[in-house]
Design a protein around this ligand. Structure first.
Ligand code: 26Q
Length: 756
């Protein structure tokens, strides 16, 4: 650990006046000071290194996280307090890097934190999106999107001065390498996240997030997931992907050469992790680079297959990327011979056409290329991996049983408990000592305190405090909530399979109940946070419905004392850090079999929320860990749902024709809602429920309502509820990303930790 005066010395040397500078100046000064103190460490030479390729890294704000990992948090807080300043206020000035969308990107960020904290040699490779996903506004009653610029004058990005030439069909661009430093937790390690950027990015678009998608050179790194509803947008995505992987592969080979290793030792000294299919072109790109430097094609394919590893994050077929060969012909024609060679090799291994890489319609299946060319393939929760093996990827499992394995996702407790919920972290430490901060598995020691009423009461008190803090924060943004109400929270990307629309139908049910005189024992606040992909119409319609319901309830003096529905604008990591500690009921209600894992479920559990959910993704493992009495489960099982799809047997009419449900669906087009909302949006949603309901919200709705009501009733037994909270916290340690990364390393990556 550093001496107590390091931070002060650096700040003084920079000429910062802690008494007079503005919060923003102080934020910049602290950023620069921390950057100066976290010196990248050289890992032991001659060891294998991991390159984690991902289109998203949702790192969140970095000031507090880096102070914690450097062991400087207390010093910083003391130093600021001595000058009448507070870190909380200063960090509010820090823009959040907008380099991801949801679970996949946040997982990559938790993984980088754990990789560094475990002393492993692993860097991230991604893109430096200037305007991120988008900044969401809800003030017009629907979602509108704006650029979300986050790169300021003194950001965490370091310009390395390095660049790599990337050749596209017909032109070339230089990929400039910027680095974010990733310090490990109090271990002196500092890894890097390499973010590639074009040399001359275009200025922010004048009109929302719309820009000229054919200006590749200017806009390649403008946005994450540019609108791909037209061909220009889809091509831009392919340009982005090739830019990222070509630069990353060149960086890797440069480091291999600098370390004095032969290309033929690639698999001994490098692991290339492919996070979902977005970086899949790294496979043919490595083949191209190796063969251009004299390696035989067959040998190159063997080397690459031993070097690459792939994680699947979804079973939704529409999210598995397939590109027409013509797109690649335009973007990176030099890759096509290598993809052809990989396809021929795959066909030599299997005559099952379902495993082809390049199909008879001239479409290239990225996930298929990944599986044929990776040493290991993993799903992200037990149930998800079983579904991949038994249904979705079954032909591949038959071919390569030894490649498949499960790695249940995890979260870093440093950000998702120690940093975002210091009151709870302090209480836990008082009860069981500080060792859990290095090994979250030790949270189990809390189970010895199940009858400790003083602790249980303080657990409830900490939750009350956190709800108060959330209410103050929302209040400062113009939304009043009752901090003594039950906080029922659904925070995640907006998608129909996640079934925010089912939760909306619950809100309608509750509204009608209260109108009919059935008031709940205490007020309920339903909180949503979600961004919808700009071209995903039904998702945006669902946001509109939620906003309309919020208004309807608010304007109704009979209902508003008992029910509130709020949608948090621009839900992101910083908002999550305020919502997670305050949550009572964690909504994890995806249609069973569709949510690969979920990671918000883990964050909320670790902060003492009780899960209301389906047996989907990692909820299955949560349920097993906490036991029946400490979770609220409802809905059909994954097996039942898979059978319904297989037999094409689900008819939403079988459900909405029940009068109780019909009333709720009809309410979407009621005069009350139509005077508030837009008839076009609302009737699209209504029609979807009536004619399709592909993700079967109506199938589980009655059970959902019944179980949610039981959950709200049992919330009133505060002593029993506090024990449920305790058990959830105690059993959450399994979901530490440190555990996940140790398993990746043991079974997939085989890196040697420093000092080992
Ligand atoms: C694909 C094609 C075209 C445009 C966009 C995409 C695209 C974009 C983002 C496909 C997938 C994503 C993001 C996926 C994601 O976040 N998946 C989540 O990953 C988490 C970490 O493993 C899991 O916990 C979640 O269950 C899973 O939904």
């Amino acid at each position: 650990m550093r001496s107590q005066t390091d931070l002060e010395r650096v700040l003084t040397a920079r000429g910062v006046n802690l008494d007079t500078c503005s919060d923003r100046e102080l934020m910049y000064a602290l950023t620069a000071a921390v950057r100066q103190l976290q010196k990248p460490m050289d890992h032991a030479r001659g060891q294998r290194k991991l390159y984690y390729f991902s289109a998203e890294f949702l790192v969140g704000r970095l000031l507090r996280a880096n102070l914690i990992n450097l062991g400087l948090l207390e010093e910083a807080e003391r130093l600021l307090a001595a000058h009448g300043r507070s870190l909380a206020q200063v960090e509010d000035q820090e823009p959040e890097p907008s380099l991801g969308n949801g679970g996949l990107g946040r997982l990559a960020a938790c993984f980088l934190d754990s990789i560094a904290s475990l002393g492993l040699n692993g860097d991230g490779v991604g893109l430096n999106y200037h305007y991120g996903l988008f900044r969401q506004r809800l003030d017009t009653g629907r979602q509108t999107e704006e650029p979300d610029p986050w790169i300021g004058p003194e950001s965490w990005l370091l310009d390395t001065g390095l660049s790599y030439q990337v050749d596209f069909g017909g032109f070339s661009l230089n990929a400039r390498q910027y680095d974010l430093e990733i310090p490990g937790y109090e271990n002196g390690v500092c890894n890097r996240l390499h973010l590639f950027d074009v040399e001359r990015p275009a200025p922010p678009p004048a009109e929302g997030i719309r820009f000229d998608k054919t200006d590749i050179a200017g806009h390649l790194t403008a946005f994450l997931y540019p609108d791909d509803s037209d061909e220009a947008g889809r091509l831009l995505r392919v340009y982005q992907q090739y830019f990222m992987v070509s630069a990353g592969a060149q960086l890797l080979l440069r480091e291999l050469e600098e370390a004095g290793h032969s290309l033929l030792e690639l698999d001994r000294y490098a692991v290339v992790h492919i996070n979902d299919t977005h970086p899949s072109m790294v496979i043919p790109e490595l083949l191209r680079l190796l063969t251009s430097r004299g390696v035989e094609l067959e040998q190159a394919m063997d080397l690459v297959e031993r070097t690459c590893t792939y994680t699947n994050h979804t079973i939704l077929s529409e999210a598995l990327e397939k590109w027409p060969a013509s797109y690649l012909e335009q973007v990176a024609p030099q890759l096509l011979p290598f993809i052809r060679a990989l396809d021929q090799r795959a066909r030599r291994r299997s005559d099952d056409p379902r495993t082809a890489i390049w199909d008879e319609h001239n479409v290239i299946h990225m996930a298929h290329m990944d599986i044929h060319s990776s040493a290991k393939v993993n799903g992200v929760a037990e149930l998800h991996t079983e579904i991949l093996k038994n249904t979705e990827l079954h032909p591949f499992y038959v071919l390569y049983p030894e490649k498949f394995n499960n790695k249940t996702n995890g979260i870093t407790f440093r950000r998702w408990l120690m940093s975002c919920n210091p009151a709870l972290a302090g209480l836990i430490t008082q009860a069981i000592g500080p060792e859990w901060q290095r090994d979250a598995g030790l949270l189990e020691k809390l189970l010895e305190h199940k009858e400790d009423t003083a602790l249980l009461e303080r657990l409830l008190a900490v939750k009350e405090e956190n709800k108060g803090a959330l209410a103050r924060w929302l209040g400062s943004r113009g939304t009043e909530i009752d901090p003594h109400s039950v906080l029922d929270i659904q925070i995640k990307r907006l998608h129909q399979y996640k079934r925010q629309q089912m939760n909306a139908l619950y809100a309608i049910w509750k509204y009608v109940q209260i109108k009919e005189g059935h008031t709940p024992p205490r007020p309920v606040t339903m909180v949503f946070g979600a961004k919808a992909a700009p071209a995903y119409t039904l998702a945006k319609d669902t946001i509109h419905l939620l906003l309309c319901l919020g208004k309807l309830i608010e304007r109704d003096p009979q209902v508003s004392p008992w029910l509130k529905l709020v949608m948090v604008e621009n839900y992101n990591v910083s908002a999550a850090e305020r919502l997670v500690p305050a949550c009572d009921i964690s909504e994890q209600i995806s249609l069973a079999s569709k949510e690969a894992s979920g990671t918000g479920n883990m964050k909320l559990m670790a902060n003492g929320a009780v899960t209301l959910g389906t047996l989907d993704g990692a909820n299955v493992e949560i349920a097993r860990l906490v036991g029946e009495g400490n979770i609220y489960l409802f809905g059909r099982s994954a097996d039942e749902v898979i059978a319904l799809y297989r037999d094409n047997a689900y008819r939403s009419s079988d459900y909405w024709q029940k009068p109780e449900l019909e009333r709720l669906v009809d309410f979407i087009l009621s005069p009350e809602l139509l005077t508030i909302g837009d008839a076009g949006c609302l009737s699209r949603l209504y029609k979807d429920f009536i004619a399709k309901d592909y993700f079967m919200a109506l199938l589980d709705l009655e059970d959902y309502i019944a179980v949610k009501e039981r959950c709200l009733a049992e919330y009133e037994d505060r002593a029993a509820w506090s024990r449920k909270m305790l058990v959830n916290i105690a059993r959450s340690g399994f979901f530490s990303s440190d555990r996940t990364i140790m398993e990746y390393n043991r079974d997939i990556w085989h890196l040697t930790p420093d000092g080992a």
